[in-house]
Design a protein around this ligand. Structure first.
Ligand SMILES: [Ca+2]
Ligand SMILES: [Ca+2]
Length: 676
């Protein structure tokens, strides 16, 4: 209080028992001006009651002049008001015209813009010889400046995605007195070629990288580090990737009430890429009498969507069939944590939902699930109070229509130049950025993609020499998560087969390829036995080697199978790894226990599901037209649809798929080759 300039203080008990109620000079009713702990004046209390007994005279005495804030950051605006008071200090009913004059700064009507150099400004209202004045203190050198987000929370760092805008605010204080401060009264700067900040504190993230945002006023300045990430890249076609759930953190990092939010990598509940958001909720009545059942998740930082460019959000939702309502929480620039309905959860499995942006300003602040309310006001909850849903790949579009078409990749071999050339184009995004295209040679990164032209050129090794089979694959992902790819196969030349029993085998090239890639070693007698059924543990070993998993990461895993002891030593690490990664699950035996059945064979449907789970989501799918499509089990349908679309898997010449037939070692070799 001494720092504030107080020279004398009276303690009146404090807490809720002291209320200071004042009739201001321009008012005729009293209002509480302190903040008693009860929130208002107590019904029974003792009073010190000061009363003026004067009667109104009806004769103008002076003007009572005040600013909406007496202390302001120099350069900010304040609003001046002047009330007519009679000769007995009683406010007058009628309005009196008056002239306003300020000793410094600029007056526009009742708005005073204080001078940048600061100072004490006297503002006088007068009419004839009657007048009144007030002093506005414009502080040039505040003692404290803080950068805040749009909800007023002080920021120490800022993370933003390219293409997004973040409205920042700043506050200033002088010896602990809060100053009224317009954003324009501060000087905003950004360093590090990461974007721009305008005079109103609106930061536009333009390019990935790190830098700082500095705000200063007088000699006070404060900086926060800023990281701009490339997720949220904006395409020429007006698509912005808002959140893919592929990284280690998401735009929803925060905390919840009756809701848990986590990253999920279980393949069957990912729609795009290899990660999605898992949302577990248990609806709880909010306020005993309100009858509203909700669960909420609030992000610690809001994500702004530029509504001058984008008209709609698109997201994948995996419904739980509960009938509850999924909403986004958002700030419209005026008020936070409003809810915008995304979809009723009246479906199960994945569904793509489009949400039209409701106004000129939209910041994503979180998620909400709520129970439905019937027309008569009753809340329908029943046994649907809790559930689990998944969310994946959120984009914003200018067109209002989601992009569900994969990039087109076309590749060909130029024998004369001994090189592969490929072009990549997406109908919506246009030419894709560097991080969106990968080129591999026999499964390993190789060659390069030119994001200026959208072209790939791969010079093949060893021109004119004998060579093993080569496979060049170009994979491209658009900002909406769709994946397209193409491969060029170069037949082997002048080399022998790797096994003694595959010279006449239709898939010999693939078997040799997997041997060269260290995915299969065959049998000790030099055979591969391509027409044998592959055992479940042999399958696990090949898939483990194909994925390039690090076995040391899984040594301490305890397998849950009743027949652990019968798993071959050569396969144990592979089974532990694939079990941990959610690729193999085992099956329940007639005794109710879980078995891996290592020596058992594998159906084509089982193999397709397991292999399919190792692949990122986002490739095209096709309607299956096999004559026995109806007999494909539900768990394998999606994986067969997407691998058939890619040409990784196919049926038999008679039009059947034969999902229940056992898969052979040679068929497995062809599938793994096609995935490379
Ligand atoms: Ca994803
Ligand atoms: Ca596309």
């Amino acid at each position: 209080m001494i720092e504030l300039g107080c020279v004398a203080a009276i303690g009146l008990d404090g807490g809720g028992s002291t209320t200071i109620t004042v009739t201001q000079p321009d008012d005729t009713t009293a209002a509480t001006i302190n903040r008693p702990s009860d929130g208002s004046e107590r019904a029974v209390a003792n009073h010190l009651f000061l009363v003026a007994t004067n009667e109104p005279t009806g004769e103008l005495g002076h003007f009572y002049v005040q600013a909406d804030n007496a202390y302001v950051l120099a350069g900010s605006k304040v609003e001046i008001s002047a009330a007519a008071v009679d000769t007995n200090y009683i406010p007058m009913d009628e309005d009196y015209d008056y002239d306003l004059e300020a000793s410094d700064g600029e007056l526009d009507g009742n708005i005073l813009t204080t001078p940048k150099r600061g100072g004490e400004i006297t503002v006088t209202a007068s009419s004839g010889r009657r007048e009144g004045s007030t002093t506005v203190y414009a502080i040039e050198d505040p003692t404290d400046v803080v950068i805040r987000d749009s909800s007023g929370t002080a920021l120490t760092t800022l993370n933003a995605a390219t293409g997004t805008t973040t409205q920042l605010a700043a506050t200033a204080a002088y010896n602990h007195i809060s100053l009224k401060a317009d954003p324009e009264a501060f000087t905003w700067e950004v360093t590090g070629d990461i974007g721009t900040v305008d005079e109103h504190g609106l930061f536009t993230a333009a390019a990935p990288g790190t830098g700082t945002i500095t705000v200063s006023a007088g000699r006070a300045r404060v900086s926060i580090p800023v990281t701009v990430s490339s997720s949220g890249t904006v395409s020429a076609g007006g698509v912005m990737e808002v959140e893919s759930f592929e990284g280690s953190t998401t735009i929803f990092r925060g905390s919840g009430s009756n809701m848990d939010f986590s990253l999920n990598h279980s393949a069957d509940t990912v729609r795009m890429g290899s990660g999605s958001a898992k949302v577990d909720y248990t609806l709880t009545e909010t306020g005993a009498s309100q009858g509203a059942y909700t669960a909420e998740w609030r992000a610690s930082k809001s994500t702004g969507i530029d509504c001058s460019t984008y008209t709609a959000l698109h997201l994948w939702v995996y419904g739980d069939g509960s009938g509850n309502i999924l909403s986004l929480l958002y700030n419209d620039g005026a008020a936070g944590y409003q809810s915008l309905q995304v979809t009723p959860l009246d479906f199960t499995g994945w569904k793509q939902v489009t949400v039209t942006l409701p106004g000129a300003h939209f910041e994503i602040q979180g998620l909400q699930v709520s129970a439905t309310t019937a027309a008569d006001g009753t809340v329908s909850v029943g046994d649907k109070l809790s559930g689990t849903i998944y969310i994946d790949h959120i984009t914003a579009t200018a067109s209002g229509t989601p992009d569900n078409a994969a990039p087109v990749v076309s590749a060909s071999l130029d024998n004369s130049l001994w090189q592969v050339t490929a072009s990549v184009a997406d109908a919506v995004d246009g030419i894709l950025p560097a991080g969106s295209v990968t080129v591999t040679y026999n499964g390993a990164p190789y060659g390069s993609y030119d994001p200026a032209t959208g072209l790939v050129t791969v010079a093949l090794p060893g021109p004119g020499e004998s060579h093993e089979a080569m496979r060049i694959t170009i994979t491209a992902r658009d900002l909406s998560g769709n994946i397209g790819r193409a491969s060029v196969d170069v037949e082997p030349y002048g080399v022998d087969h790797k096994f003694t029993d595959i010279n006449d085998y239709w898939a010999a090239t693939y078997v040799d390829f997997l041997y060269n890639a260290n995915i299969t070693t065959g049998y000790a007698d030099g055979t591969f036995r391509p027409n044998d059924n592959i055992s479940r543990q042999q399958f696990a070993v090949m898939l483990y080697r194909y994925l390039g998993l690090d076995g040391t990461q899984y040594e301490s895993v305890t397998l849950p199978f009743a027949d652990n002891a019968s798993i071959g030593d050569y396969a144990l690490t592979a089974v532990k790894a694939l079990y941990t990664e959610g690729i193999i699950n085992g099956s329940t035996g007639s005794d109710g226990r879980l078995y891996f059945n290592p020596g058992g064979s594998l159906t084509r449907a089982q193999a397709a599901a397991m292999i399919g789970r190792t692949q990122e989501k986002g490739y095209a799918i096709v309607d299956l037209t096999f004559s026995d499509t109806a007999s494909i089990p539900a768990y394998a349908t999606y994986y067969i649809q997407t691998m058939a679309a890619q040409g990784v898997i196919s049926g038999y010449a008679d039009g059947t798929f034969q999902p229940g037939a056992n898969i052979t070692r040679g068929q497995m070799a062809k599938i793994l080759y096609n995935l490379m």
